[in-house]
Design a protein around this ligand. Structure first.
Ligand code: GLN
Ligand code: ZN
Length: 764
């Protein structure tokens, strides 16, 4: 640390790493298939790092983040760096790289670490498993090596790592850890590792290191805040260390900011987008920040809209008197947005003008940084000009007066169906289903023929009519398989859907799917979130033909299959100029029309999937009620026109339910299907205990496994479910859709499921 340490100035907190053309994804898949060796993989990785640093340094940022590259996941990198490798992986005796991938993906019978959501984003990280026996030690040097690698290119980087407290809070106790064990017990040991790493980075010449503590954007206990204080008092007091920037993003740091302000760290990065004005206002009352760098995160790192630069500049300027040195940045890492808008050539110009992807956001940060450090008229003119353009583009947004009028005319009764008991009676009468009725979650195997048909249509090798013919052939097969297995409520199998959100986004006005807008979801897996940019409406029925075709083939009820408003929003980039609730209601109205068409055509059961219900739950408890209100309100608006005789299902997939039982109840669906096989049906008892009064379909087998569940296993699970809840309210179904499975697995699995249901039904 010398007086000559450069200020942070303009920067970004992190950057995508999958590659602008998903180079890393392809290299990983080739490596795993044995078509690329370790050296080949390392070359692709190095090339991506070089390109990223060169681009970031060349863009005019004052400070470039380092260690943002990862072969799979940055939390896994950190676990391995500090040697938190569970014994089951050590015992495999693999090379370092293969042991790393075994932790990520499993190896033979060795199960991988659990994958879970990174806060409230769509990125998923690997959960470190820690126990009282965990001994952290600096076992690797990735941040140092990458620092040197960039330095050799003449680029000074600021290595970025998860902070020690967030790292521990993201971990979980290893299986079998004693009841009294708490993860924070490991803090001091972990701090030794961080201290050693910081010393090495200092020796290598690093001027700044960024430690990310987003866990403090959520509610935290006193003990956790005390751990934060202890961690940064200790790391700040190290004699030989780089300057420390602690980044807290995805919301307002709340009580953690005063804690950090009093520690000897050199800077804090604040999320002024997700944290709102409160996050900035807090700065003025903290004298501890007067001697520190404060990095204002004013360019949204998680969404794709251009920044209103004048507003952002004034948010930054308002901090000037209260901080030692002001930096400007994205609100969080750019990991969550696609690389480059320029790759997106098919977008309507009016929409394009409103968008900024990672590269464009960097340009925004650079402009803001220049205006802050140098108030020459040229910079303010550039800001003014860019702001004018962004505002003009934003106001060119098309309004749909018909949708607006419908929203304005909504009354509480639009979100209300007949009382549940009355519906249950009406449905019993119309559907005549047995207790323990059998069904599936929607998708059937996406065969190579189905995928080829979609590719052929895209390439113009077949026309719409030819495509429809192939889809109908698949639907015939799906219906036949289900009749043969003896299922009670059938599905059409969703062969026509590439993705459960994109399918709807492509059919709704006001939404656009991108061509290249890939974002890493986990490891090598990327998703392409659609953009919800204007008022949403449904120009024509979206699912009607496929569903009614399937229904024409059978006398058993066929379940219409829709994706719910919350999930459509959660897995898209959503306009930020109006409340999420308004956009959700617009989507809900479109779904409401779809349900009306389906029921008018004689469809008796409709499923509205909400696997993302838990995902958007706000990090802080104080914001949760309003979320649950709009999320359940939108679902009930979508389903509220269905007559009592129409049975509404919802599928919540693998979400964690404990925090959202009130939301599940608030959906008021007739049947709720959830994952339960992994918890051996315990969740059924939880739901019953929570007073959940309607029907539940706890998944009886995990569709992630190719194994065919035996009748005996299924009978045992169903008996556990029947012991926890009345059989009349129980459904029998797999955990999730079957699209990743093969028919050879699905056909016997469904036959066994039906046999098991019949067996248990006979014993009632
Ligand atoms: N209906 C969808 C399917 O079966 C649900 C997918 C999901 O839960 N993610 O594929
Ligand atoms: Zn699911």
């Amino acid at each position: 640390m010398t007086a000559a340490t450069p200020p942070i100035g303009s920067t970004v907190l992190g950057y995508p790493r999958i590659g602008p053309d998903r180079e890393l994804k392809r290299a990983l898949e080739r490596y795993w298939d044995g078509r690329l060796d370790q050296a080949g993989l390392a070359r692709v990785a190095e090339d991506l790092r070089t390109r990223t640093w060169t681009e970031l340094a060349g863009s005019g940022l004052d400070s470039v983040p380092g260690n943002t590259f990862s072969l799979y996941d940055h939390v896994l990198d950190t676990a391995v760096l500090f040697d938190a490798v569970p014994p089951r992986f050590r015992e495999l005796g693999l090379s370092a790289v293969d042991s790393y991938f075994a932790m990520a993906r499993g190896h033979g019978k060795t199960a991988p670490l659990e994958l879970t959501k990174w806060f409230d984003t769509n990125y998923h990280y690997l959960v470190p498993e820690l126990g009282p026996g965990t001994r952290f030690r600096l076992a690797g040097d990735k941040p140092v090596t990458e620092y040197r690698e960039a330095a050799a290119l003449g680029i000074e980087t600021r290595p970025v790592l998860p902070g020690p407290v967030t790292f521990l809070l993201l971990a979980k106790p290893e299986p079998g850890a004693p009841a009294g064990f708490t993860l924070l017990d490991l803090l001091d040991d972990l701090l030794d590792g961080y201290a050693e790493l910081l010393a090495r980075l200092a020796a290598a010449g690093a001027a700044w290191v960024q430690l990310d503590e987003p866990a403090f954007a959520a509610d935290r206990t006193e003990a956790e805040l005390a751990a934060l204080r202890r961690a940064y008092d200790r790391l700040g007091a190290l004699p030989e260390r780089p300057r420390l920037l602690v980044a807290g993003y995805f919301g307002d740091l709340g009580p953690a900011l005063p804690v950090l302000a009093e520690t000897p760290v050199d800077g804090v990065a604040l999320d002024l987008v997700a944290g709102g004005p409160a996050a900035g206002a807090a700065v003025h009352s903290l004298p501890g920040l007067r001697g520190k760098t404060v990095v204002a995160g004013v360019v949204d790192g998680r969404n794709v809209w251009r920044t209103d630069l004048e507003a952002a500049a004034s948010a930054c300027a308002s901090l000037l008197g209260s901080v030692g040195s002001l930096g400007v940045s994205t609100s969080c890492s750019l990991l969550h947005v696609p690389y480059d808008l320029d790759a997106e050539t098919g977008l309507a110009p009016a929409l394009r003008d409103r968008l900024a992807f990672a590269r464009q956001k960097i340009a925004e940060v650079v402009l803001l940084g220049r205006a802050l450090t140098d108030d020459s008229p040229a910079h303010s003119a550039a800001i003014r000009e860019a702001t004018g353009r962004a505002r003009r583009a934003g106001s060119a947004r098309s309004r749909d007066d018909r949708v607006r009028a419908r929203l304005a005319a909504l009354r509480p009764e639009h979100r209300r169906r007949a009382p549940a008991a009355e519906r249950a009676a009406a449905q019993r009468e119309r559907l005549g289903l047995p207790a323990l009725a059998t069904s599936t979650i929607g998708s059937f195997p996406q065969t190579s023929e189905v995928r080829r048909a979609r590719a052929d249509l895209r390439a113009g090798r077949i026309d719409e009519a030819g495509y429809a013919e192939r889809m109908r052939a698949e639907i015939r097969r799906v219906v036949a398989v289900q009749e043969e297995a003896g299922l009670d409520v059938l599905v059409h199998g969703e062969p026509e859907r590439n993705d459960m959100v994109q399918f709807f986004a492509e059919r709704l006005d006001g939404c656009t799917a991108t061509e290249h807008g890939w974002v890493q979801s986990y490891g090598s897996r990327c998703v392409r979130p659609p953009i919800l940019h204007d008022d949403v409406s449904r120009p024509a029925p979206m699912t009607l033909d496929w569903t009614t075709f399937a229904q024409s083939l059978t006398s058993r009820p066929v379940k219409g299959m829709l994706t719910g408003p919350v999930t459509i929003l959660a897995w898209s980039f959503v306009r930020d100029d109006q409340p999420m609730a308004t956009t959700a209601d617009q989507v809900a109205l479109a779904l409401r029309d779809e349900i009306r068409d389906l029921t008018a055509a004689g469809i008796r059961v409709v499923q509205v999937d909400e696997p993302a219900l838990r995902e958007l739950l706000p990090l802080r408890a104080e914001h949760r009620k309003s979320y649950v209100d709009w999320a359940t309100g939108a679902f009930r608006l979508a389903t509220g026109a269905a007559p009592a005789t129409v049975q509404i299902h919802t599928h919540l997939c693998y979400s964690e339910f404990a925090d959202v039982l009130d939301a599940i109840d608030g959906l008021d669906a007739d049947v709720t299907t959830i994952e339960a096989a992994r918890s051996r049906m315990e969740v059924v008892g939880d739901l019953d205990a929570a007073g959940f009064a309607r029907d539940v379909g706890p998944g009886v087998y995990d569709i992630h496994s190719p194994a065919v569940p035996t009748v005996d296993e299924l009978v045992r699970l169903l008996e556990a479910a029947v012991a926890a809840m009345p059989a009349e309210r129980l459904w029998v179904n797999p955990d999730c859709g079957l699209k990743t499975r093969r028919y050879a697995e699905v056909e016997p699995a469904l036959r066994n499921m039906v046999t098991a249901a019949r067996t248990v039904r006979r014993r009632l």
